[in-house]
Design a protein around this ligand. Structure first.
Ligand SMILES: NC(=O)c1ccc[n+]([C@@H]2O[C@H](COP(=O)([O-])OP(=O)(O)OC[C@H]3O[C@@H](n4cnc5c(N)ncnc54)[C@H](O)[C@@H]3O)[C@@H](O)[C@H]2O)c1
Length: 323
């Protein structure tokens, strides 16, 4: 089983789902895994998704070239490592499968069941789920020890963090292989040792969202001032300082005093606020409808995201000096 695998034996990788995330994950493996010379097969049930992914890849590869780290020759070779396939059976010699289909448990379970009959019994089976139980998704398989979560962030090419999530039966060999592979393609894998909803990153994000929604709902602060509070307070500290380092700086006795009176005052809602539902009913959905908590109606959001990605890359370069 998985024990027989080692990183150098991983050559053929299948990526299932060519929507928002799948093509980016393929690009990461193709570009940063050059020394492994992976053969990456990208599959989707929708031919439209495949066409869009092909177009998007041209844009992404041009973007990477413009940064100047990789030569156009190396990027051309990387691009040729990615193949679009339309038959799952073409994955029969895969050493690793990464499932990147929609966040629906039954869809994912059906896929895991099906793929097990196609790939060798030694292949690793990963899911890019954002928070569903790995144990639940993979309980349909015969060999759940080779199943694992690899939660890439969006966009995969830019964001270093990948949560490696253990299901109840995931083996240590599977964890160590995936962690090695991700480290070798320039990612920052972190191990989620317990299969809890939302894993860790999305739980932290949801905790901040819950308190922000509470503060809006209770008219404690306007949205613009909340943005300023997060960006110019906590947000400005985090790129250069670790959170537990901040706690250490404050002093554990001081933080204990603060948390003793603050914890009971924090929001403990178990469902999203009513005002969010009202906004949704009014068609205020955020960027996709032109208005959400902010107004995007006169902004070119594609251009804006491009600028923000470039700025995030600069920030990342700076931030790594403070690891
Ligand atoms: N979008 C994000 O920001 C983000 C971030 C992190 C993790 N994720 C997770 O990644 C996964 C995919 O998300 P996404 O945003 O790329 O979804 P998406 O809807 O953009 O793309 C999913 C693709 O899967 C295809 N598909 C559906 N069923 C299939 C099947 N049975 N076999 C093959 N292809 C199939 C669809 O045609 C579609 O192209 C989800 O689990 C999601 O939670 C998404």
């Amino acid at each position: 089983m998985v024990k027989e695998m080692d990183l150098n034996k991983i050559k053929n990788i299948g990526i299932i789902g060519a929507g928002v995330m799948g093509p980016g994950i393929a690009e990461v493996l193709a570009i940063f895994g050059s020394s492994f010379d992976f053969n990456i097969n990208l599959f989707d049930i929708s031919s439209e998704a495949i066409q869009n992914a092909q177009k998007r890849m041209e844009v992404d590869f041009a973007k990477v070239e413009s940064v100047g780290i990789f030569s156009s020759e190396d990027l051309q070779i990387a691009r040729e490592r990615i193949h679009f396939i339309s038959d799952l059976k073409d994955l029969k010699d895969s050493h690793l499968i990464i499932e990147v289909i929609p966040e629906k448990i039954d869809l994912k379970q059906n896929f895991f069941k099906k793929i097990e009959d196609i790939v060798p019994s030694t292949a690793i089976l990963a899911t890019n789920s954002s928070g569903l139980s790995i144990t639940e998704i993979t309980k349909v398989t015969r060999y759940p020890e080779r199943c694992i979560g690899t939660h890439f962030m969006n966009p995969p090419l830019l964001m270093p963090l990948v949560e490696v999530v253990m299901g109840a039966k995931t083996s240590d060999e599977t964890v160590s292989l995936m962690t090695d592979l991700l480290t070798n393609v320039n990612k920052r894998p972190v191990l989620v040792k317990k299969d809890i909803p939302g894993y860790v990153h999305n739980r932290l994000q949801a905790a901040i969202f819950r308190e922000l929604m509470y503060l809006v709902d209770n008219e404690v602060m306007d949205v613009d001032d909340l943005e300023t509070t997060v960006r110019y307070g906590l947000g400005l500290r985090l790129p250069v300082m670790k959170v537990f380092e901040m706690v250490d700086m404050m002093g554990l006795d001081t933080i204990n005093n603060v948390l003793s009176y603050l914890y009971p005052a924090l929001d403990r809602s178990t469902k999203p606020p009513e005002f969010l539902k009202d906004m949704i009913h009014k068609g205020t959905l955020g960027v996709k409808s032109g208005i959400g908590f902010h107004d995007y109606s006169s902004k070119d959001m594609t251009e804006s995201m491009k600028e923000k990605e470039a700025a995030t890359f600069q920030l990342l370069m700076m931030m790594q000096q403070y690891d």
